[in-house]
Design a protein around this ligand. Sequence first.
Ligand code: 13P
Ligand code: ZN
Length: 272
Amino acid sequence: MNDFFQENKKVAKVIHEVADLANYLWQKGWAERNAGNISVNLSDIIEDVDLDLDNYPKFELAQPYPALGNKFFFVTGTGKRMRDLAQNPMKNACIIKLNKKADSYHIISMKKRNLYNFRPTSELPTHLLVHNQLVESGSTKRAVVHTHPNELVAMTQIPKFQNAETLNKTLWGMHPEAFVFVPRGVFMVPYILPGSHKIADATVVGFEQGHEVVIWEKHGAFAIGDTVSDAFDMIDILSKSARIWFMAKQSGFEPEGLNEEQLLELKDAFLK
Ligand code: 13P
Ligand code: ZN
């Protein structure tokens, strides 16, 4: 089955994009050890594959994801390094297919001998819940990216930025593109245990409300996009704003930020 997916040009393209992104995340310094995880809904591009799921190892899910029955996902593995994923995506990530009831999944891309030390990311509950919401809402977004962007995480260590309103206003004010490309701003999730269903439930609320980026306090960012590059861009733009804020502070100045009038001018020019 591994060969089939690599020979399917559309799937191969997605896998290539994920590998490139894994490299960027590593280069950015956002992917220490196994930090971060990525998933892409492949169902639009491989829906006609006829598989006997009994031939592939099955794993139960703690809850069903009603919109994801029979869907395929490319998902990074738990404990895997982004820098290794960039070199060898099929060993450090896998393709899963959910069963019809969407309460279990099968790993369909990996040779049995490689499975003994491979499981999908520990953040699978959040990835699946977010994909479930995207499919249910008819979104065109197929990619979900979680990473640990240094400056954004650092901002969430500062109590006044643990509030989305203050954080968004500051990020928008640091650079016009932050406002133009992320006009809904981020949704903030207070610190919750990583890998838990609780953090998944809190995160999906942000995407239900129309945000494209959710910030996990003192941990990282989760973003959605049509492609993994689109999701990455959202985090990258906001990280640049956060970096500018710290640079101004470090040089001894309180960053001025764009004022209300300037933000309104951007809104009129670009967001109509
Ligand atoms: P995984 O290695 O399980 O994907 O976890 C990395 C991470 O960033 C957890 O939040
Ligand atoms: Zn993380």
